[in-house]
Write a protein that binds this ligand. Structure first.
Ligand SMILES: Nc1nc2c(ncn2[C@@H]2O[C@H](COP(=O)(O)OP(=O)(O)O)[C@@H](O)[C@H]2O)c(=O)[nH]1
Ligand SMILES: [Mg+2]
Length: 355
């Protein structure tokens, strides 16, 4: 599988185009393109075409079990002996070099090759109920690079005040990225408390507790990732929710690709480079190299100032200045062409990208 291009690279190219356009495009067009690039850099999620989901929760809540259930295979080792996972591990699509590099930069060196679901990466985070401050810092560092966090609760510790007051409530600003899962439903399902089903009772109480933390309409998924008997339950609903997020991420990505493609075209517009990427530019530049009148007119029309432009306007037969101006255009044309190619590749990837 060839390495996937990602939106991050496309944003890099747009920045490169803005730089290459400094003597060519209008300040307004360059500013518009730079604003689009900067906005993408501020995004609070992973810019690739896959969705990156961290699984967080207290000791023994079932994070590793949930990762295994979502993956449909035994990835993270689970154990009844606590604490078990002391290092974050990831299950990430093979071939996505950018994501693997990202995971390594986040300090995740234990990466399991995910060949079955090319558009989802799952991170099994360390238990978070010990050393709360350190772990909250870890999660806060991760959040800008990932798409979602599944917070896992078990029926015994779901209302642990440390978890809610010291951990979740301070992170309420990230709620757009959060999903909640009540695990070990099998332990509650058959129990009644004063005629009320224990599972309903706990689900309702967890929902209320999360609302008290400050979350808007929290709706925990009810799952059994590793029930005492039988197969996992509730996993399909959770996976559907992740698929939905992946779909909306793809829709958002399609919009970004469109915006970046448009911004690149705008950068080339004034310089006559916006007719599309490819050989046309080279031809146009070669042709206009012998046409100082065209170059002068173009530069004059741009009203750019700058030493090269000033020199040509002062003396349209100044071949060195004309050559310099054309080089600037050729460089910009090359970056615009690279952007067009990357946009086409990414669009194709998005169209092919399903779980
Ligand atoms: N009954 C039951 N046990 C579970 C379920 N999910 C996990 N467990 C058990 O809970 C223990 C802790 O699970 P693990 O996934 O290692 O938790 P982690 O520490 O959060 O990664 C293990 O013994 C699991 O088998 C579940 O849905 N039902
Ligand atoms: Mg674990």
């Amino acid at each position: 599988m060839s390495p996937m291009a990602d939106l991050g690279e496309l944003v890099d190219l747009l920045d490169l185009a803005v730089a290459a356009a400094s003597g060519v495009s209008t300040p307004a067009d360059r500013e518009a393109a730079a604003t689009i690039a900067a906005a993408q850099r501020r995004r609070r999620d992973y810019l690739g075409s896959a969705i990156v989901v961290a699984i967080a929760g207290g000791t023994g809540s079932g994070k590793s079990s949930l990762l295994n259930a979502l993956a449909g295979e035994e990835i993270a080792s689970t154990s009844p002996i606590r604490p078990h996972t002391n290092e974050p591990m990831a299950w990430a699509p093979s071939g996505d070099d950018t994501m693997w590099a990202l995971l390594e930069s986040m300090g995740i060196s234990w990466i399991v090759d995910n060949s079955s679901m090319s558009s989802i990466a799952l991170l099994d985070l360390p238990d978070i109920d010990s050393i709360v401050d350190d772990h909250r810092a870890t999660v806060e560092e991760l959040l800008p690079h990932i798409d979602a966090v599944i917070w896992v609760f078990d029926p015994v510790k779901y209302s642990d005040p440390t978890m809610h007051d010291d951990f979740l409530a301070p992170l309420v600003g990230y709620e757009r990225q959060f999903l909640f899962a009540l695990n070990k439903a099998d332990l509650l399902e058959k129990a009644d408390v004063l005629d009320i089903n224990a599972l309903d009772l706990v689900t309702e109480d967890l929902t209320k507790t999360l609302a008290n933390d400050g979350f808007t309409d929290p709706e925990p998924f009810v799952v059994a990732a590793d029930p005492a008997s039988g197969p996992p339950t509730g996993i399909d609903e959770l996976r559907d929710a992740l698929d939905e997020r992946l779909a909306s991420k793809h829709a958002a990505a399609a919009k970004i690709i469109e915006d970046i493609g448009a911004a690149a075209k705008l950068l080339g517009r004034e310089a006559g480079l916006s007719s599309g990427a490819g050989t046309g530019h080279a031809e146009q530049i070669a042709k206009s190299a012998n046409n100082t009148a065209w170059v002068t007119r173009t530069l004059d029309g741009l009203d750019l100032g700058g030493p090269t432009t000033d020199r040509i306007l002062a003396d349209p037969t100044d071949r060195i200045a004309v050559a310099a101006a054309l080089t600037e255009r050729a460089e910009l044309a090359a970056v615009i062409a690279a952007i067009a190619v990357a946009c086409a590749e990414l669009s194709a990837q998005l169209e092919a990208g399903t779980t």
